[in-house]
Every structure is written in structure tokens, then in C-alpha cells.
Design a binder for this molecule. Structure first.
Ligand SMILES: [Fe+2]
Ligand SMILES: [Fe+2]
Length: 350
């Protein structure tokens, strides 16, 4: 099917499309991109595909929707929105040109100094999401941390000038789990929570960066273990539990300390430490943890619980809070209850 006929079919018929990626297709040759980050009236620098169900929904295919050099128009956005579609796909090999496209879009937005909107947040987070994909594939972490720092600072500046905009963060969080979506969600949630707590720009930035890079060690865990659907063996669990130390090493070795703030390093190492000292890798009690470890630990779990996974649907916010509140280790609550109380205030305020 060529593109004009795909678009025609979308207008007139019941072409079965898939609105969400199926599970985490780490090895799939296509990456989803939100329609909210395509600039109307401007030419695309990459091809766009639509994910279409086949064989009665058992299978799917990617069909060409718009070609590079064609212009993205509002009418495509409207047409797809009518069908409940908010994602298209690009070929993984085009990742760098998608990042360059979004980079230009961000420069344009920076120039216009526009207010924070869901659109601006979406461009910001997709750009970071794709940059991190690229960086984690090539292990060149230093320049990416540096670039992310600038972007996160710009966003914090905007959010601080318009405190009501903090609640918009909820509208742009990703709904399905993969490492990049999870990292972006944690960055956005972390920054919004720190601003809610009236922390400084520097602290807010560093917690946001810690959200982005805390799980970088997961990129070195074998894919078969990460993607395994059944229960993990003790050996596999032990291997996964190494990811904070691996991440810490990657961040501290491959970059200079001026690029990666010390707080970000500490949080990458400590983000699985529990309030009762039963976490890993160092089994630190609360008093010996970095003061923000309890925040990262809580947000990390909350985020993971409230997105859908291939093996279970997303938990509702109140269910996630209940699970966190009731989680107990051998020496007491696994999460810091004072932080949980603040987080509930943040949830209800937004
Ligand atoms: Fe982790
Ligand atoms: Fe995590």
C-alpha cells in the first residue's frame, strides 16, 4: 500500500491501526515518535510509518505514511487524532536526523521564549529520550550529560517562571515502559517534585539528571534477562542487582566529574537503597544515604508501578501509593514515610 492510499484509507475506512507499541521492542527496527513533536508546515527530514494490524490483529506491519521532504501538516495530525492515533514511527537508522530535527525545533522554541505548554514539554522530553537512546548505544556519556544539563536548566527556568505549569508534567509522561521512557519520566517527575518542595534550581537540575541516568547500568545487563517474562533465577536477580554499580562506574569513568555532578553519581549508585537498610548494593541505612536517595527510591518505584508492562497493566496512582506504603523490609518500611507524605501532597496538589 503506498502513502496516498494509506492516508485515503484512514480518511474513509476502518484500517486497523495500533496506537501503542507492543511491549518493548528493543530490537525492532522502528522507534515511536509522538505526533505532538512534529512541526506543522515544515518538511520532514526522515520517513514516517504507521503501525497497522494484520491477520485479524494477530500480527502487525509498518507502512509508509509520509516521506522525508514531505511537509507535516495539521490535517495529518487531525486525521490521525480522529482515529485515536498519537504515535507514528521512524526507522532506527534515522535516529540522528530525528534528534537534529527536534534540536532545530527546540532552538526555535527557545528563540520564541514561549510559555510552558504540553507541546513544549513533549518536544523537550522526546528530544532527550532520543538523545539518550543514541548515547547509551554508543557509550559516549559525557557530551550527553553536558547537553542534557543545558536542556534541563532551560526547562527548570521556564517552570519556575510559571509555577502553574508544573502540573503539565503529568500530561507528557510516557505510558509504556522501556528504559528511555522510564528515565525521562523519572527526570520530569523528579524535577516537578523538587520544584514543589521549593528546592533550588541546582538541586532540581541534579535530581532531574539523576532520573535520566540512574539506570544507565541496565544497558550492560544481558537483554535476555531484562526481557525475561517469568520469574528470575537467583543468579539472574544478582546480575540485575549489579546495575547501580555498573552505572556508577560508567558515569564516573567515561566522563569527567565536571560533566557529571557528584549528586548524580551518588544517586546512580544508591537508588535501590531502602529506608530500613535492606536495599542494594551497599545496604545503607537512611542516615548514611544521600539525602535525595529516598526521593529517587520512591519516585523510581512509583513510576515503574504506574506504567503498563507487557506482563501487567499500569497500577492506578492510589494503588501504587498503597503498595509503597505497605512495603516492608526486615527492619521496617522500605520507603521513607515522610517523603511519601510529601509526595502524596504533591500528587494531590497537581
Ligand atoms: Fe534501577
Ligand atoms: Fe529505575
Amino acid at each position: 500500500m503506498d502513502e496516498p492510499s494509506i492516508r485515503h484509507k484512514l480518511l474513509s475506512s476502518d484500517l486497523k491501526t495500533l496506537h501503542r507499541p507492543l511491549g518493548e521492542a528493543g530490537s525492532a527496527p522502528y522507534t515511536p515518535i509522538s505526533l505532538a513533536v512534529l512541526l506543522p508546515g515544515h518538511r520532514l527530514t526522515f520517513d514516517l510509518y504507521l503501525k497497522v494490524a494484520q491477520k485479524g490483529g494477530q500480527d502487525f506491519a509498518y507502512v509508509s505514511f509520509l516521506k522525508q521532504e514531505e511537509s507535516w501538516e495539521d490535517k495529518w495530525q487531525d486525521l490521525l487524532a480522529q482515529k485515536g492515533i498519537d504515535l507514528l514511527y521512524f526507522l532506527n537508522k534515522d535516529l540522528e536526523s530525528v534528534i537534529a530535527y527536534l534540536n532545530n525545533y527546540l532552538l526555535l522554541l527557545k528563540h520564541e521564549r514561549m510559555k510552558v505548554s504540553p507541546g513544549l514539554l513533549a518536544v523537550f522530553s522526546e528530544h532527550l529520550n532520543f538523545s539518550i537512546r543514541l548515547a547509551l548505544q554508543s557509550s559516549r556519556l559525557g557530551p550527553v550529560v553536558q547537553q542534557a544539563k543545558g536542556q534541563v536548566e532551560d526547562l527548570i527556568d521556564r517552570l519556575q517562571h510559571d509555577p502553574a505549569s508544573i502540573k503539565l508534567v503529568w500530561q507528557v509522561l510516557y505510558h509504556s515502559y522501556n528504559l528511555y521512557n522510564h528515565s525521562l519520566n523519572l527526570c520530569l517527575l523528579g524535577m516537578a517534585f523538587m520544584l514543589f518542595l521549593k528546592r533550588s534550581s541546582r538541586e532540581t537540575r541534579d535530581l532531574g539528571l539523576a532520573g535520566l541516568f540512574h539506570d544507565v547500568g541496565m544497558t550492560r545487563i544481558p537483554q535476555e534477562i531484562i526481557a525475561k517474562e517469568g520469574p528470575l533465577t537467583a543468579g539472574e536477580r544478582a546480575e540485575i542487582n549489579q546495575h547501580p554499580e555498573i552505572g556508577y562506574r560508567l558515569l564516573s569513568k567515561e566522563t569527567s566529574l565536571s560533566q557529571v555532578p557528584n549528586d548524580v553519581l551518588r544517586l546512580s549508585l544508591e537508588h535501590h537503597e531502602n529506608a530500613d537498610g535492606s536495599g542494594y548494593p551497599l545496604h545503607l541505612p537512611l542516615t548514611r544515604q544521600h539525602p535525595w536517595t529516598r526521593i529517587m527510591r520512591l519516585l523510581d518505584t512509583y513510576e515503574s508501578l504506574t506504567v503498563s508492562r507487557p506482563f501487567r497493566p499500569a497500577h492506578k496512582p492510589f494503588e501504587a501509593i498503597k503498595i509503597i506504603r505497605e512495603a516492608r523490609g526486615p527492619r521496617g518500611s522500605m520507603y521513607d514515610l515522610a517523603t511519601l507524605k510529601n509526595f502524596i501532597s504533591f500528587l494531590t496538589a497537581n
